[in-house]
Design a protein around this ligand. Sequence first.
Ligand SMILES: [Fe+2]
Length: 299
Amino acid sequence: MSFTINSHGKTNRIQNINIKHEDLNKLVFPFKKHTITSLEYKPFSRFSLAKSLDEVFENKLSKTIVEILKDRNTGTVIVEPQIDKKKFDKDFLVKLSTGFAYLVGNPNFDSMSNKYYARFTVKHEDSSDSYLRKAYTNLDLHTDGTYVKEKTDWLIMTKMEEQGVSGGESVILHLDDWEYLDELSNNPVGQQDFIWGSPKSKNVQYKVEHPVFKKDKEGKPIISYIDQFPEPKNMEQGLFLQRLSDCLEESKKKIEFPLPVGSTIFSNNYFWLHGRKPFKENNNLSRELLRIRGTFFVD
Ligand SMILES: [Fe+2]
């Protein structure tokens, strides 16, 4: 086994996996077998790509990632491959992220891109209808998949490229570290059904209903929340969401770090929230992220 695994400098809850240049080199040949188009069109090719990724690591990478993601005490992996920009281009990063995803489960269809993954760029100018692409405002802490019918057990975010970037650090929070968890998760309003819609760019025509807080199999609270999409039906729900938003954003337990180009945040989506700090204004700003969200394979 040749990847290394260490606790993140700021918390034991995040495990960093480093992949060396020489191991990435071993992936070049098996990855060449698959084009981006064939990966997009033929789901089985993603499994074979993931298998070749695992084989480079004696089939231990899949087991390691699954264990960390499912463990309530951890739940987040940051994979840092030692990329050499020329050889390990964006196509390589799409394939690497695809491999990570298919080592743990099946991705959901992403309505925003009509693919199993989505790539999106934040730039200086923006005319979109959601916070996702607004460079100079905070992207508040949230979970993914709040407005879709599919289960979203985990998510992958890979930094594909950045130029003219200052600020824009990743921000994540483990639910059990959050100072206000007891107050908010035990508030009966948080267990009521909320209506969740989404703006046009998400290409989701329906609305869903679910509470903000539920309990997992062990009775521990889990969260499904994003600030922009719940449609409170009365004062009680509106005020609950405002309090929730304030308590998340003012938490001192948030972990903030710059995500290097080529690196991936891989998180359990039930007890980790994620967001992004504002970028510093720059006319040449450009940052591209890839995301994949999905469910665990059923044992
Ligand atoms: Fe998100």
